[in-house]
Write a protein that binds this ligand. Structure first.
Ligand SMILES: Cc1cc2nc3c(=O)[nH]c(=O)nc-3n(C[C@H](O)[C@H](O)[C@H](O)COP(=O)(O)O)c2cc1C
Length: 360
Protein backbone atom coordinates (compact mmCIF):
# COMPACT_ATOMS: atom_id res chain seq x y z
CA UNK A 1 0.00 0.00 0.00
CA UNK A 2 1.30 3.44 -0.97
CA UNK A 3 0.21 6.09 1.48
CA UNK A 4 -1.06 9.34 0.06
CA UNK A 5 1.58 10.93 2.29
CA UNK A 6 4.45 8.84 1.00
CA UNK A 7 6.82 11.11 -0.95
CA UNK A 8 7.39 10.31 -4.61
CA UNK A 9 10.58 11.09 -6.52
CA UNK A 10 10.49 11.71 -10.25
CA UNK A 11 13.90 12.36 -11.83
CA UNK A 12 15.48 14.97 -9.51
CA UNK A 13 12.26 16.10 -7.89
CA UNK A 14 10.93 14.75 -4.61
CA UNK A 15 7.27 15.57 -4.01
CA UNK A 16 6.26 15.44 -0.34
CA UNK A 17 2.97 13.64 -0.96
CA UNK A 18 0.61 12.39 -3.65
CA UNK A 19 -2.25 14.88 -3.25
CA UNK A 20 -1.66 17.39 -6.03
CA UNK A 21 -3.45 20.52 -7.17
CA UNK A 22 -5.02 20.13 -10.62
CA UNK A 23 -4.54 22.87 -13.21
CA UNK A 24 -7.39 25.37 -12.76
CA UNK A 25 -7.83 28.36 -15.09
CA UNK A 26 -8.51 31.50 -13.09
CA UNK A 27 -9.03 33.90 -16.01
CA UNK A 28 -7.66 36.58 -13.71
CA UNK A 29 -4.98 38.39 -15.68
CA UNK A 30 -5.99 42.04 -15.42
CA UNK A 31 -4.05 43.74 -18.19
CA UNK A 32 -4.60 41.06 -20.87
CA UNK A 33 -0.81 40.73 -21.00
CA UNK A 34 -0.50 37.15 -19.74
CA UNK A 35 1.23 38.32 -16.54
CA UNK A 36 0.05 36.44 -13.42
CA UNK A 37 -1.22 38.66 -10.62
CA UNK A 38 -1.63 38.69 -6.86
CA UNK A 39 -4.69 36.50 -7.43
CA UNK A 40 -2.46 33.72 -8.74
CA UNK A 41 -0.03 34.13 -5.85
CA UNK A 42 -2.82 33.81 -3.31
CA UNK A 43 -4.75 31.06 -5.15
CA UNK A 44 -1.71 28.84 -5.64
CA UNK A 45 -0.03 29.92 -2.42
CA UNK A 46 -3.03 28.96 -0.30
CA UNK A 47 -2.95 25.43 -1.74
CA UNK A 48 0.78 25.20 -1.01
CA UNK A 49 0.27 26.23 2.61
CA UNK A 50 -2.74 23.89 2.60
CA UNK A 51 -0.45 20.91 2.10
CA UNK A 52 -0.69 19.96 -1.58
CA UNK A 53 2.53 18.23 -2.61
CA UNK A 54 2.62 19.58 -6.14
CA UNK A 55 0.88 22.80 -7.12
CA UNK A 56 0.13 23.08 -10.83
CA UNK A 57 -0.61 26.37 -12.54
CA UNK A 58 -3.58 26.87 -14.79
CA UNK A 59 -3.21 26.35 -18.55
CA UNK A 60 -0.47 28.87 -19.30
CA UNK A 61 -0.29 29.93 -22.92
CA UNK A 62 2.86 29.56 -24.98
CA UNK A 63 1.73 32.22 -27.47
CA UNK A 64 -0.78 35.08 -27.27
CA UNK A 65 -3.10 33.40 -29.78
CA UNK A 66 -2.93 30.19 -27.71
CA UNK A 67 -4.92 31.73 -24.84
CA UNK A 68 -8.45 30.52 -24.17
CA UNK A 69 -9.43 34.02 -23.04
CA UNK A 70 -7.62 37.36 -23.02
CA UNK A 71 -7.35 36.93 -19.23
CA UNK A 72 -5.18 33.78 -19.29
CA UNK A 73 -1.64 33.62 -18.00
CA UNK A 74 1.27 33.11 -20.38
CA UNK A 75 4.96 32.32 -20.59
CA UNK A 76 5.81 33.76 -23.98
CA UNK A 77 7.90 36.64 -22.60
CA UNK A 78 10.29 37.52 -19.81
CA UNK A 79 7.90 39.87 -17.97
CA UNK A 80 5.58 36.90 -17.44
CA UNK A 81 8.48 34.74 -16.29
CA UNK A 82 9.54 37.38 -13.76
CA UNK A 83 6.03 37.51 -12.31
CA UNK A 84 5.91 33.70 -12.10
CA UNK A 85 9.24 33.66 -10.28
CA UNK A 86 7.72 35.44 -7.28
CA UNK A 87 4.97 32.80 -7.16
CA UNK A 88 7.21 29.75 -7.57
CA UNK A 89 9.48 31.12 -4.85
CA UNK A 90 6.59 31.22 -2.42
CA UNK A 91 5.30 27.74 -3.37
CA UNK A 92 8.76 26.25 -2.87
CA UNK A 93 9.18 28.05 0.46
CA UNK A 94 6.10 26.18 1.65
CA UNK A 95 7.47 22.80 0.63
CA UNK A 96 5.31 22.43 -2.49
CA UNK A 97 6.67 21.61 -5.93
CA UNK A 98 5.84 24.37 -8.43
CA UNK A 99 4.54 22.86 -11.68
CA UNK A 100 3.44 24.66 -14.82
CA UNK A 101 0.91 23.50 -17.38
CA UNK A 102 1.93 24.78 -20.82
CA UNK A 103 -0.92 25.11 -23.26
CA UNK A 104 -2.20 26.25 -26.63
CA UNK A 105 -5.96 26.53 -26.95
CA UNK A 106 -6.09 25.89 -30.71
CA UNK A 107 -9.59 26.40 -32.12
CA UNK A 108 -11.01 26.96 -28.62
CA UNK A 109 -9.03 30.20 -28.27
CA UNK A 110 -10.36 33.76 -28.17
CA UNK A 111 -13.41 33.24 -25.99
CA UNK A 112 -14.81 35.29 -23.16
CA UNK A 113 -14.47 34.05 -19.59
CA UNK A 114 -16.90 31.28 -18.55
CA UNK A 115 -18.83 33.65 -16.32
CA UNK A 116 -19.28 35.89 -19.39
CA UNK A 117 -20.62 33.00 -21.44
CA UNK A 118 -17.45 31.54 -22.99
CA UNK A 119 -18.48 32.96 -26.38
CA UNK A 120 -16.17 34.30 -29.11
CA UNK A 121 -14.47 37.58 -28.22
CA UNK A 122 -15.57 40.27 -30.65
CA UNK A 123 -12.69 41.24 -33.00
CA UNK A 124 -13.33 44.90 -32.11
CA UNK A 125 -12.84 43.98 -28.46
CA UNK A 126 -9.48 42.30 -29.04
CA UNK A 127 -10.61 38.90 -30.34
CA UNK A 128 -8.36 37.01 -32.73
CA UNK A 129 -8.61 34.20 -35.29
CA UNK A 130 -7.64 30.88 -33.69
CA UNK A 131 -5.19 28.38 -35.17
CA UNK A 132 -6.09 24.69 -35.53
CA UNK A 133 -5.21 21.57 -37.53
CA UNK A 134 -8.21 22.11 -39.80
CA UNK A 135 -10.52 25.03 -40.60
CA UNK A 136 -13.58 23.44 -38.94
CA UNK A 137 -14.68 25.35 -35.83
CA UNK A 138 -15.63 23.96 -32.45
CA UNK A 139 -19.42 24.42 -32.61
CA UNK A 140 -20.36 27.93 -31.52
CA UNK A 141 -16.80 29.25 -31.61
CA UNK A 142 -14.79 31.20 -34.20
CA UNK A 143 -13.70 29.45 -37.41
CA UNK A 144 -9.96 28.80 -37.13
CA UNK A 145 -7.20 28.98 -39.72
CA UNK A 146 -5.61 25.64 -40.62
CA UNK A 147 -1.98 25.77 -39.52
CA UNK A 148 0.76 25.95 -42.12
CA UNK A 149 4.02 24.07 -41.63
CA UNK A 150 5.59 27.38 -40.58
CA UNK A 151 2.89 27.89 -37.93
CA UNK A 152 3.40 24.35 -36.65
CA UNK A 153 7.16 24.85 -36.42
CA UNK A 154 6.68 28.18 -34.62
CA UNK A 155 4.31 26.55 -32.12
CA UNK A 156 6.81 23.78 -31.34
CA UNK A 157 9.46 26.45 -30.76
CA UNK A 158 7.04 28.41 -28.56
CA UNK A 159 6.44 25.38 -26.30
CA UNK A 160 10.20 24.89 -25.95
CA UNK A 161 10.87 28.57 -25.24
CA UNK A 162 8.09 28.67 -22.64
CA UNK A 163 9.44 25.52 -20.99
CA UNK A 164 12.91 27.02 -20.79
CA UNK A 165 11.51 30.24 -19.27
CA UNK A 166 9.46 28.14 -16.84
CA UNK A 167 12.55 26.38 -15.51
CA UNK A 168 14.39 29.70 -15.20
CA UNK A 169 11.37 31.04 -13.29
CA UNK A 170 11.58 28.23 -10.73
CA UNK A 171 9.12 25.64 -11.99
CA UNK A 172 10.35 22.14 -11.21
CA UNK A 173 7.82 20.24 -13.31
CA UNK A 174 6.52 21.02 -16.79
CA UNK A 175 3.23 19.55 -17.99
CA UNK A 176 2.22 19.74 -21.67
CA UNK A 177 -1.55 20.16 -22.01
CA UNK A 178 -2.74 17.78 -24.74
CA UNK A 179 -6.32 17.35 -23.50
CA UNK A 180 -9.76 18.97 -23.46
CA UNK A 181 -10.06 19.79 -27.16
CA UNK A 182 -7.19 22.26 -27.20
CA UNK A 183 -4.56 22.38 -29.94
CA UNK A 184 -2.56 19.20 -29.28
CA UNK A 185 -5.71 17.14 -28.63
CA UNK A 186 -7.22 18.58 -31.82
CA UNK A 187 -4.31 17.13 -33.76
CA UNK A 188 -4.63 13.75 -31.98
CA UNK A 189 -8.34 13.25 -32.57
CA UNK A 190 -9.74 12.21 -35.94
CA UNK A 191 -12.82 14.30 -35.07
CA UNK A 192 -10.87 17.56 -35.35
CA UNK A 193 -7.91 16.65 -37.56
CA UNK A 194 -8.79 16.47 -41.25
CA UNK A 195 -5.28 17.13 -42.52
CA UNK A 196 -3.88 15.24 -45.47
CA UNK A 197 -0.21 16.03 -44.82
CA UNK A 198 2.17 14.26 -42.41
CA UNK A 199 0.21 15.62 -39.40
CA UNK A 200 -3.11 13.97 -40.36
CA UNK A 201 -4.55 10.58 -41.20
CA UNK A 202 -2.76 7.75 -39.41
CA UNK A 203 -2.32 7.53 -35.63
CA UNK A 204 1.40 8.24 -35.98
CA UNK A 205 0.71 11.29 -38.11
CA UNK A 206 -1.90 12.68 -35.70
CA UNK A 207 0.50 12.13 -32.80
CA UNK A 208 3.37 13.81 -34.68
CA UNK A 209 2.85 17.33 -33.35
CA UNK A 210 2.61 16.22 -29.72
CA UNK A 211 5.76 14.15 -30.09
CA UNK A 212 7.56 17.10 -31.68
CA UNK A 213 6.45 19.32 -28.79
CA UNK A 214 7.52 16.73 -26.21
CA UNK A 215 10.93 16.33 -27.86
CA UNK A 216 11.43 20.09 -28.00
CA UNK A 217 10.35 20.62 -24.40
CA UNK A 218 12.43 17.68 -23.16
CA UNK A 219 15.47 19.18 -24.91
CA UNK A 220 14.72 22.63 -23.42
CA UNK A 221 14.62 21.53 -19.78
CA UNK A 222 17.35 19.87 -17.72
CA UNK A 223 17.40 16.07 -17.45
CA UNK A 224 16.64 16.31 -13.73
CA UNK A 225 13.32 18.02 -14.38
CA UNK A 226 10.18 15.88 -14.75
CA UNK A 227 7.97 16.20 -17.83
CA UNK A 228 4.26 15.36 -17.61
CA UNK A 229 1.57 15.25 -20.32
CA UNK A 230 -2.17 15.66 -19.77
CA UNK A 231 -4.28 13.62 -22.17
CA UNK A 232 -7.99 13.24 -22.78
CA UNK A 233 -8.08 9.44 -22.59
CA UNK A 234 -11.20 9.31 -24.76
CA UNK A 235 -13.37 11.71 -26.75
CA UNK A 236 -16.46 9.83 -25.49
CA UNK A 237 -17.72 9.96 -29.11
CA UNK A 238 -17.99 7.11 -31.64
CA UNK A 239 -15.22 7.47 -34.22
CA UNK A 240 -13.13 9.65 -31.91
CA UNK A 241 -9.97 9.20 -29.87
CA UNK A 242 -10.09 6.07 -27.69
CA UNK A 243 -8.49 4.57 -24.60
CA UNK A 244 -6.59 2.15 -26.85
CA UNK A 245 -5.13 5.17 -28.65
CA UNK A 246 -4.21 6.65 -25.28
CA UNK A 247 -2.40 3.52 -24.16
CA UNK A 248 -0.45 3.35 -27.43
CA UNK A 249 0.37 7.06 -27.24
CA UNK A 250 1.47 6.82 -23.61
CA UNK A 251 3.95 4.08 -24.50
CA UNK A 252 5.32 6.37 -27.22
CA UNK A 253 5.50 9.31 -24.82
CA UNK A 254 7.48 7.20 -22.35
CA UNK A 255 10.01 6.50 -25.11
CA UNK A 256 10.31 10.26 -25.66
CA UNK A 257 11.17 11.07 -22.06
CA UNK A 258 7.75 11.75 -20.55
CA UNK A 259 7.66 10.76 -16.88
CA UNK A 260 3.94 10.77 -16.08
CA UNK A 261 0.64 11.07 -17.89
CA UNK A 262 -2.28 12.81 -16.26
CA UNK A 263 -5.50 11.21 -17.48
CA UNK A 264 -8.52 13.40 -18.06
CA UNK A 265 -11.09 13.00 -20.86
CA UNK A 266 -13.39 14.73 -23.33
CA UNK A 267 -13.63 18.36 -24.36
CA UNK A 268 -13.22 18.01 -28.11
CA UNK A 269 -16.80 17.45 -29.26
CA UNK A 270 -20.12 18.64 -27.86
CA UNK A 271 -21.60 15.22 -28.78
CA UNK A 272 -19.62 13.58 -25.95
CA UNK A 273 -21.58 11.48 -23.47
CA UNK A 274 -19.66 11.29 -20.20
CA UNK A 275 -20.77 9.00 -17.36
CA UNK A 276 -19.80 11.52 -14.70
CA UNK A 277 -19.51 10.13 -11.17
CA UNK A 278 -16.98 9.73 -8.37
CA UNK A 279 -13.57 8.78 -9.79
CA UNK A 280 -15.05 8.28 -13.27
CA UNK A 281 -11.67 8.78 -14.99
CA UNK A 282 -9.64 6.57 -12.64
CA UNK A 283 -9.97 3.52 -14.98
CA UNK A 284 -7.94 5.46 -17.57
CA UNK A 285 -5.06 6.02 -15.16
CA UNK A 286 -5.27 2.37 -14.11
CA UNK A 287 -5.19 1.08 -17.71
CA UNK A 288 -2.26 3.24 -18.80
CA UNK A 289 -0.26 2.41 -15.67
CA UNK A 290 -0.93 -1.32 -16.00
CA UNK A 291 -0.32 -1.55 -19.74
CA UNK A 292 2.67 0.76 -20.14
CA UNK A 293 4.35 0.89 -16.72
CA UNK A 294 4.39 4.66 -17.02
CA UNK A 295 3.51 6.71 -13.93
CA UNK A 296 0.00 8.13 -13.96
CA UNK A 297 -2.03 10.72 -12.12
CA UNK A 298 -5.78 10.28 -11.70
CA UNK A 299 -8.20 13.21 -11.79
CA UNK A 300 -11.93 13.80 -11.83
CA UNK A 301 -14.35 13.84 -8.92
CA UNK A 302 -11.83 12.66 -6.40
CA UNK A 303 -13.15 14.36 -3.31
CA UNK A 304 -12.72 12.19 -0.21
CA UNK A 305 -9.47 11.22 1.52
CA UNK A 306 -10.48 7.55 1.75
CA UNK A 307 -11.37 7.54 -1.96
CA UNK A 308 -8.00 9.05 -2.87
CA UNK A 309 -6.18 6.53 -0.69
CA UNK A 310 -8.11 3.64 -2.28
CA UNK A 311 -6.97 4.76 -5.76
CA UNK A 312 -3.35 4.53 -4.62
CA UNK A 313 -3.98 1.26 -2.76
CA UNK A 314 -5.24 -0.48 -5.87
CA UNK A 315 -2.28 0.83 -7.87
CA UNK A 316 -4.38 2.81 -10.33
CA UNK A 317 -2.16 5.88 -10.08
CA UNK A 318 0.96 7.33 -8.50
CA UNK A 319 -0.82 10.52 -7.43
CA UNK A 320 -4.25 12.09 -7.42
CA UNK A 321 -5.07 15.57 -8.67
CA UNK A 322 -7.85 17.55 -7.06
CA UNK A 323 -9.66 20.37 -8.82
CA UNK A 324 -13.02 21.51 -7.52
CA UNK A 325 -12.55 19.95 -4.09
CA UNK A 326 -9.38 22.03 -3.79
CA UNK A 327 -11.27 25.16 -4.77
CA UNK A 328 -13.69 24.50 -1.93
CA UNK A 329 -11.03 23.43 0.55
CA UNK A 330 -7.47 24.72 0.05
CA UNK A 331 -6.32 22.70 3.09
CA UNK A 332 -7.74 19.37 1.86
CA UNK A 333 -4.45 17.48 2.48
CA UNK A 334 -4.39 18.64 6.09
CA UNK A 335 -7.85 17.19 6.67
CA UNK A 336 -6.88 14.04 4.77
CA UNK A 337 -3.89 13.51 7.06
CA UNK A 338 -6.15 13.84 10.08
CA UNK A 339 -8.97 11.64 8.76
CA UNK A 340 -6.75 8.87 7.44
CA UNK A 341 -4.53 8.87 10.52
CA UNK A 342 -1.50 8.09 8.37
CA UNK A 343 2.05 9.10 9.24
CA UNK A 344 2.97 12.33 7.45
CA UNK A 345 6.75 12.43 6.98
CA UNK A 346 6.69 16.02 5.77
CA UNK A 347 4.12 17.86 7.89
CA UNK A 348 1.79 19.74 5.59
CA UNK A 349 1.28 22.47 8.17
CA UNK A 350 3.02 25.84 8.20
CA UNK A 351 4.25 26.59 11.71
CA UNK A 352 2.15 29.74 11.71
CA UNK A 353 -0.96 27.51 11.62
CA UNK A 354 0.08 24.90 14.18
CA UNK A 355 -2.34 26.17 16.78
CA UNK A 356 -5.14 25.37 14.34
CA UNK A 357 -3.99 21.77 13.85
CA UNK A 358 -6.50 18.95 14.21
CA UNK A 359 -6.28 17.21 17.58
CA UNK A 360 -7.09 13.54 17.61
C1 LIG B 1 -12.42 26.30 -12.80
C2 LIG B 1 -11.75 25.19 -13.54
C3 LIG B 1 -10.65 25.49 -14.34
C4 LIG B 1 -9.97 24.45 -15.01
N1 LIG B 1 -8.84 24.75 -15.73
C5 LIG B 1 -8.11 23.75 -16.28
C6 LIG B 1 -6.85 24.02 -16.89
O1 LIG B 1 -6.37 25.15 -16.91
N2 LIG B 1 -6.19 22.97 -17.44
C7 LIG B 1 -6.67 21.69 -17.40
O2 LIG B 1 -6.04 20.77 -17.92
N3 LIG B 1 -7.84 21.41 -16.80
C8 LIG B 1 -8.55 22.41 -16.21
N4 LIG B 1 -9.69 22.11 -15.52
C9 LIG B 1 -10.02 20.70 -15.29
C10 LIG B 1 -9.44 20.25 -13.93
O3 LIG B 1 -8.02 20.26 -13.94
C11 LIG B 1 -9.91 18.83 -13.56
O4 LIG B 1 -9.41 17.93 -14.50
C12 LIG B 1 -11.44 18.72 -13.51
O5 LIG B 1 -12.00 19.81 -12.80
C13 LIG B 1 -11.88 17.42 -12.88
O6 LIG B 1 -11.37 17.29 -11.56
P1 LIG B 1 -12.25 17.65 -10.25
O7 LIG B 1 -13.48 16.81 -10.31
O8 LIG B 1 -11.35 17.32 -9.09
O9 LIG B 1 -12.59 19.10 -10.32
C14 LIG B 1 -10.41 23.12 -14.90
C15 LIG B 1 -11.53 22.84 -14.10
C16 LIG B 1 -12.18 23.85 -13.42
C17 LIG B 1 -13.35 23.51 -12.51
Amino acid sequence: MTSIFEPVTVRGTRVRNRAWLAPLCQYSVDARDGVPTDWHLVHLGARATGGFGLVMTEATAVTPEGRITPHDTGLWNDAQATAWERITGFLASQGAIPAVQLAHAGRKASTTRPWRGGVPVDPDAGGWTPLAPSPSPYPGLTSPIAMTQAAIDATVRAFAAAASRAVDAGFEVVEVHAAHGYLLHEFLSPLSNGRTDSYGGSFRNRARLLIEVVDAVRAAIPDIRPLFVRLSATDWVDGGWTLDDTVALSALLADHGVDLVDLSSGGNDPGQRIPVGPGYQVPFARAVRAETGLRTAAVGLITEPSQAQAILDEGAADAVLLGRAALREPTWPVRAAHELGLPVPDAPYPVQYLRGAYRS
